[in-house]
Design a protein around this ligand. Structure first.
Ligand code: S3P
Length: 170
């Protein structure tokens, strides 16, 4: 079935929460377009995220992220997946609240770590003890993600399709 969304569905939450995988599936089920703010930044810069962080720094990345988000929020409503830090900036939260419905994909540290531990694509986790870094980020960010309109739990063993259905139900 093809849905006519009035507003974009904006997925927020930590790296490894499944925003891209669930968002892709959700958009397929709803018959709407899927966009991913990280992908758009990478396309525009023609560089990977670690390259952008290394060359231009995190502050530059965050400015690009805000610009991309503002643009994507005003395209035809679909499913929009955001980078894990996007919802942290108050300006981004306001833009998301004004234009869309935010959904926090909530997952605990063990699940997040299991999903990100073998990937080397997150510059913020290039630390001495990345699990501890992830734990600190989760602890600091969870109260902010909790400001999203809806929260859906990402649990071990739940398929991507089931997660997408849970978002629809929410
Ligand atoms: C970040 C998460 C990443 C990416 C960048 C910063 C963060 O996106 O935007 O590495 O601050 O949590 P994912 O959440 O898609 O991994």
């Amino acid at each position: 079935m093809k849905w006519q969304l009035k507003k974009p569905v904006v997925l927020v939450g930590m790296m490894g929460a499944g925003k891209t995988a669930v968002g892709t599936m959700l958009a397929r089920i709803l018959g709407v377009r899927f966009t991913d703010s990280d992908d758009e930044i990478v396309k525009a810069a023609n560089m990977s995220i670690p390259e952008i962080f290394a060359r231009d720094g995190e502050a530059f990345f965050r400015r690009k992220e805000a610009q991309v988000l503002a643009r994507l929020l005003h395209e035809r409503p679909g499913v929009l997946s955001t980078g894990g830090g996007a919802f942290l900036a108050e300006g981004n939260r306001q833009a998301i609240a004004a234009a869309g419905v935010s959904v926090w994909l909530r997952a605990d540290l063990d699940l997040l770590w299991q999903r990100v531990r073998h990937k080397n694509t997150r510059p913020l986790l290039r630390t001495e003890n990345p699990r501890e870094t992830l734990r600190g980020l989760l602890e600091a960010r969870a109260p902010v993600y909790a400001l999203a309109d809806l929260a859906v739990d990402s649990l071990p063993g739940v398929s991507v399709e089931d997660m997408a259905q849970r978002v629809i139900a929410a």
